[in-house]
Design a protein around this ligand. Structure first.
Ligand code: ADP
Ligand code: MG
Length: 248
């Protein structure tokens, strides 16, 4: 479980988050429906690690550990995965080598007795996943995300999740910048990935994704605070009346 209590964060004396308290249990899905500029990316990058933000009062626990004392790689070992709002492009790193490296690190952490996969074996192993994602094998020889379309970048992120099996998956506006077909593809793949061993934390200001992925809880934010939490009935209210009545 991730438990955030009274998180306050600021950057260059500008307050971004104030008294934010949230819980995420494994096996459940959450949606943070927050408006633009309300601190969605701030929260997700604080969870994964970002020294830019000054965190003034807080507790964030992941299991029994204090999350903020952990390095990014320790957070990853605890099962945290962040899908970035803007997926970085990294030239000179081949997709196949990147995927093989993260997979082998994951193997070392979880099954130290298993030998790491060679480039040849890894390519054979990853092929079945590429088929599921409808990504051509030739992508393996390309630089990581460089000139990939928005939908292709998302699919590669989902492939990373499939390989390392994270417990807490933070999706920062995974629904933005995709056309309808790419959006449906991504949602189908998230359904493929989502089971009782993991938790999707869907951060968005757009509720179309709620038509596709079952949520256990929805948190709504205003003025740097969580103002409402609820389930499906809250979505119905928003669909019928928009956000207006919730905020006004
Ligand atoms: P969201 O992802 O919900 O759109 P962000 O978390 O990106 O919002 O940002 C919340 C607010 O904090 C915005 O007004 C943004 O301009 C501001 N902000 C975020 N990071 C910084 C920064 N490094 N320097 C100055 N302002 C920032
Ligand atoms: Mg953002």
């Amino acid at each position: 479980m991730i438990k955030i209590e009274n998180l306050k964060a600021q950057v260059e004396s500008k307050k971004i988050l104030k008294w934010v308290s949230l819980d995420f249990e494994i096996g459940k899905n959450y949606c943070l429906l927050w408006r633009n500029g309300s601190g969605k990316s701030t929260l997700s990058s604080i969870l994964m690690w970002n020294p830019k933000y000054e965190i003034t009062e807080w507790t964030i626990k992941i299991g029994k550990k204090n999350l903020l004392n952990l390095s990014p790689s320790e957070r990853s070992k605890e099962g945290l995965f962040l899908s970035f709002q803007n997926v970085p492009e990294i030239a000179w790193i081949k997709l196949s080598e990147f995927l093989r490296t993260i997979y082998n690190i994951h193997l070392k952490n979880t099954k130290p007795e298993v030998k790491e996969l060679s480039p040849f074996i890894f390519k054979r192993f990853v092929k079945k996943y590429l088929e599921e994602l409808s990504i051509d094998e030739s992508f393996l020889n390309r630089d990581l995300n460089v000139w990939f379309s928005g939908g292709e970048k998302r699919k590669i992120e989902i492939l990373q999740m499939k390989l390392i099996n994270p417990r807490y998956i933070i999706l920062d506006e995974i629904d933005s910048g995709l056309d309808l077909d790419a959006f449906r593809d991504v949602v189908r793949l998230l359904e493929w990935l989502n089971d009782e061993t993991n938790t999707l934390i869907v951060i968005t200001h757009y509720f179309k994704i709620l038509d596709y992925i079952d949520m256990d809880k929805i948190y709504i934010m205003q003025d740097w605070r969580i103002i409402k939490e609820g389930w499906k009935e809250l979505v119905e209210v928003i669909k019928n009346n928009g956000y207006k009545n919730l905020w006004d």
